[in-house]
Design a protein around this ligand. Structure first.
Ligand code: GLN
Length: 220
């Protein structure tokens, strides 16, 4: 069932929150900046952006957001990208506090090297039925994926230490984690899928994107 007038929170402590907000708004959905516990109230779903997971973990503590966020992600839809998936997962090394641990994946931070080793690569996205471009910025690798976790995106070709078919996107029920930045391309289909199919929200401006995908898939 779709929520008629959804509000989607974007965790906005640090990192690439502005592009996520713009993408959510481009799909006709109200986006709310989340910097304080009270901002989470009334959100139907949440996006946790890429950035620097160590900084975000510290700021969560300072803002008093850690406990409210833990409660939120246990029951409401959440999309974590890059640093966001590090926070949702079982934690990479070097974090100043425990990751939230709500997504059963083991994460290796900065697994492709330094900033200069960042790259763009083709990704096969199962729910879209087609490849899309993914931007990887000091990206993590998922070194173990738990039994209840579905892989929804894989690298089309090998890159650095990662073989072709490497999992770079996962879903466990209402939680989606991506190793790349879907907000840095002009392709909103993954956001549309998360909001519509995972979170069950109405997309006034965006079902066209999803419908187009499905129509072209059906023709193949
Ligand atoms: N390397 C960053 C971290 O460990 C993540 C990078 C990103 O979000 N693009 O937090």
């Amino acid at each position: 069932m779709n929520v008629a007038h959804p509000r989607v929170g974007v965790l906005s402590l640090q990192g690439d929150f502005a592009c996520h907000r713009a993408t959510v708004e481009a799909l006709g959905v109200e986006a709310v900046r989340v910097t304080l516990p009270r901002d989470l109230a009334g959100c139907d779903a949440l996006v946790m952006p890429g950035g620097e997971s160590t900084t975000m973990l510290r700021l969560l503590q300072v803002a008093g957001l850690r406990a409210p966020l833990e409660a939120f992600v246990r029951e409401k839809p959440v999309l974590g990208t890059c640093a966001g998936v590090i926070l949702l997962g079982r934690g990479g090394g070097g974090l100043p506090a425990a990751a939230l641990g709500v997504l059963d994946v083991a994460v290796e931070r900065n697994a492709y090297g330094r900033q200069i080793d960042s790259f763009t690569a083709s990704i096969d996205v199962t729910p879209l039925g087609r490849p899309m471009q993914g931007v990887f910025i000091r990206a993590p690798r998922l070194t173990a994926v738990g039994a209840g976790v579905e892989v929804i995106a894989r690298l089309t070709a090998a890159h650095g230490p990662a073989p072709a078919g490497e999992p770079v996107g996962v879903r466990a029920g209402h939680i989606v984690g991506l190793c790349f930045h879907p907000e840095l391309t002009h392709d909103a289909a993954l956001h549309a899928w998360f909001l519509h199919d995972v979170a069950g929200l109405a997309l006034p401006g965006g079902t066209a994107a999803l419908t187009r995908e499905r129509a072209s898939r059906a023709r193949e």
